[in-house]
Design a protein around this ligand. Sequence first.
Ligand code: AMP
Length: 512
Amino acid sequence: MQSNKKICIGIDLGTTYSCVGVIQHGNVEIIANEEGSRTTPSMVAFHADHDPLIGNSAKNEAALNPENTVFDSKRLIGRCFDDPNVQEDMKSWPFTVVSDAGRPRIKATHQGGVRYFPPEAISSMVLARMKETAEAYLGTTVTNAVITVPAYFSNAQRVATKDAAVSAGLNVLQMINEPTAAAIAYGYEKVEGKKNVLIYDLGGGTFDVSVLTIVNGNFDVRSTSGNTHLGGEDFDSRLVGYLREEFRRQFPAKDLSTNKRALSRLRTAAEKAKRELSFASQASVIIDSLFESIDWKVDITRARFEALCSDLFSKTLEPVQKALRDAKLDKSQIDEVVLVGGSTRIPKVQKLLQDFFNGKRLNKSVNPDEAVAYGAAIQAAILGGDNSLPLLQDLRLTDVTPFSLGIEVKTDDMAIVVDRNTTIPVQKNQTFVTQFDNQTVVAFNVYEGEHAKTTENNLLGHFMIQGVPPAPAGYEMFDVTFDIDKNGILNVAAVNKSTKKQNNITIVLNWK
Ligand code: AMP
């Protein structure tokens, strides 16, 4: 049999670590980088006199060159500078973020001068490094890729991620949701019969929950929820806050807060201690010459760490409940709760989730750090026409709209036309009327989001219909159709019933 397969890779672009996989000789291979690690820190260190360092080498430099070592670009991508999450994160970053016409730009000294990088540029460098890692392993140029994004990413965040991939020289075959990719990793080969599966994906910076029904190789996402700003980095920040306080208590005359290098070392030590506390009941933070030649050692217990983060851990259960509600499933109807993401190693996180599911045993069958790239590699092979594996030919994926879609009525009320978690493709119609007496021009502003006020949601696009006959408010009617095709292309069309005048807009939604 002739195979027309192209080489296609799957990339998990993580907040803290990224991972790349490919199907080779019928197996999924997670590709190690040149240092031999299967995940690569999503970090870039800029220098005055040479090219930026990316990945492990950037991470190793973080303490020496804190102002120019950039991480967390995924927490900035597709967001505005004024976003409260951005403002909060900026307080703990050693690098500087400024506003350029409302968009965040990261300040760094690069090859002799000060430069301002959009977050996409940083993500693009990390993606380029993942591409190179794959190319070194495969011995050939690779351009085709499936890239994963958090299920709860907005359209703007998805567009920015895609732009980053394109400027890294990648041809994006598809962007798939991280928990969906993890579900493929879990369900591929294993699931017999029908199973309702909840994927709980707690990574470095984002949290996603997806509920899927898997039956005969069909992966039907039924609902998705999450928080694009909750993960291991937030736990690190809590620990750093505690350690700073502890240092201040021990050395009241010393002020750590202005010393970026000390703060960066404290953060690295905090993350290490956090990891240890997943396996031990106590960990030591030991930093030589932390500040003014003080060699500092402090012990932290697991109980203390749990107390510091307890509200954040509990917060993860809200999207779980929401996803179950939206999937119209009771928790007793979930056959498997699958853990994904490095932060699911935290025992307290597991305990809360297990208690929520009335003591159900959690499924730890996938590698939490690699499952997303693993599933992305499988989807990439399917899209690349790899017909060497019979199982791949049977695999089908249907996803849902993560956010509701609608148009603005009155001044800023959101009228939902397509509810969140609707399976796509879909077509929905609704009738709208004029709001003012003698209104001859009607604007249709299209939004995504769950808030009752459009000002709190995301504007996707707009169009107008002119030449509407003057009439009392509410008299002139418009048929509005939202049509989303299988590729996530949204077409919004409106027709004035009396004049048949119409207009429309096409918006590429990057959910598929
Ligand atoms: P991911 O985005 O899935 O790669 O997750 C990375 C996050 O998982 C980082 O915040 C890590 O600090 C965290 N992580 C990795 N291993 C552990 C562990 N053993 N205990 C707690 N957190 C961990």
